[in-house]
Design a protein around this ligand. Structure first.
Ligand SMILES: Nc1nc2c(c(=O)[nH]1)N[C@H]1C(S)=C(S)[C@@H](COP(=O)(O)O)O[C@H]1N2
Ligand SMILES: [Mo]
Length: 209
């Protein structure tokens, strides 16, 4: 039921080598490469214990879905190695994550035909918005491991959304759910002047870009 939304995106630009030409090709406009993993949070790091953690899908679905941590860990998982670009201009290549595809999560619910956008919500109140097409096709996932280790709290642990095809503010840390909506609704940074879509290859940083 979710196939109708799938867009393939920039598959041709993904992956690849690390010689000088490859590195240039893999660096979006206006970005520089880094090997650091900076922390950027709009507030304090929330600490939700795993026995109180749940992940929900609600809004325009026939029945809302909700997983406990144990149930979430039992979902089919896989690894992604992806390049990440932050609007503050750093790009980090080949970041290795493990988690659950958003496709897998949406397979568990019956989408209302009117559902066209998702709003990710988080512990701490942060939100970000995405069209459904931007999170399908196994290009977005809820990660709970980074580089072979449980995701660190400052980087969004226990679990965060990762949307590599968009600037990193769309990758909601401490994510607790996705709400399906008919209408788009700007999230935290999108309401404060950042671009609604945030495609790093088109340099969509601010709302008038
Ligand atoms: N819940 C939540 N998610 C968030 C943020 C935040 O402040 N709160 N910051 C966003 C921004 S602006 C960026 S650049 C990345 C930073 O992730 P990192 O701290 O793991 O580098 O997380 C994004 N996700
Ligand atoms: Mo950011």
């Amino acid at each position: 039921m979710t196939e109708r939304f799938v867009t393939r995106g920039f598959v041709g630009r993904r992956g690849g080598g690390t010689d000088a030409a490859d590195l240039r090709r893999r660096t979006p406009p206006g970005q520089y490469l880094t090997t650091d993993f900076p922390v950027l949070s709009a507030g304090p790091t929330p600490r939700t214990s795993l026995d109180r953690w749940t992940f929900s899908i609600d809004g325009l679905v026939r029945e809302p879905a909700r997983w406990t941590w144990a149930e979430f860990m039992a979902l089919p998982a896989r690894e992604w190695t992806v390049d990440i670009s932050c609007v503050t201009k750093w790009t980090k290549l080949d970041m290795r994550w493990r988690g659950v595809s958003v496709d897998t999560l949406l397979e568990g619910v019956d989408l209302d035909p009117a559902a066209a956008f998702v709003v990710a919500s988080c512990d701490g109140g942060y939100t970000t918005n995405l069209p459904i097409a931007d999170v399908l096709g196994n290009q977005a996932f809820v990660a709970y491991e980074y580089d072979g280790q449980p995701l660190a709290p400052e980087h969004g642990g226990p679990a965060r959304l990762v949307v590599p095809a968009r600037y990193f503010w769309k990758s909601a840390k401490w994510v607790r759910g996705l709400r399906l909506q008919a209408r788009d609704e700007p999230g935290f940074w999108e309401s404060l002047g950042y671009h609604n879509r945030g495609d790093q290859w088109l340099e969509e940083r601010y709302s008038d870009d």
